[in-house]
Write a protein that binds this ligand. Sequence first.
Ligand code: FMN
Length: 188
Amino acid sequence: MDISEAIAGRRAVRDYTSEPVDEATLRALIADAVQAPSAINEQPWIFTVVRDQALLDRVSVKAKALMLAATPAAALPGHAHAHAMLDDPHFQIFYHAPVLVLISATAPGPFVTEDCTLAAENLMLAAYGKGLGSCWIGLAQGYLDTPDGKAAFGLPAGCQPVAPIILGHPKSVAPPVARKAPEIHWVG
Ligand SMILES: Cc1cc2nc3c(=O)[nH]c(=O)nc-3n(C[C@H](O)[C@H](O)[C@H](O)COP(=O)(O)O)c2cc1C
């Protein structure tokens, strides 16, 4: 697949079949993720692969509760709609995807967020190239960055969770999402 085709075709997928993603595929996606550039080639990432649906359910409940408790309704993106969604016991923030890959920084550092984010984009594009869907789940981040959240996924205390990415076989084709025209300043 042409790289521009992959970049334009990847979508945030929020509707998955229950078909698992096999281990060889997950390993191949992570191999693509680690081809990302990183500051002074530190490669400061660790990948946590979570397929335990009961665990994802528990983490979803805790992440929603933390967000609702910590964030005034007006500060949530999408405000009233987002608040109602988080309050809905049927809403699972991972959309019941068969697997979550959490990319964390092994230790804090000035560029580790950028490094892990670049690995995440590689992972999502590579997933698309293999016919899989993906979506970054920012709603999980607040909870995953607590001692309780790190313990839930067996992360060492010094790790910094950066990119929770769900993966799976899309149930339907996600519709195109418009982009704003880029603001470009030409200097010289
Ligand atoms: C940092 C970040 C956090 C995100 N968090 C969520 C999330 O918690 N739940 C969700 O459904 N989508 C989440 N998304 C997906 C975005 O909503 C999606 O990428 C955006 O609407 C553009 O759509 P596209 O990815 O299909 O182009 C997140 C994306 C990013 C980059």
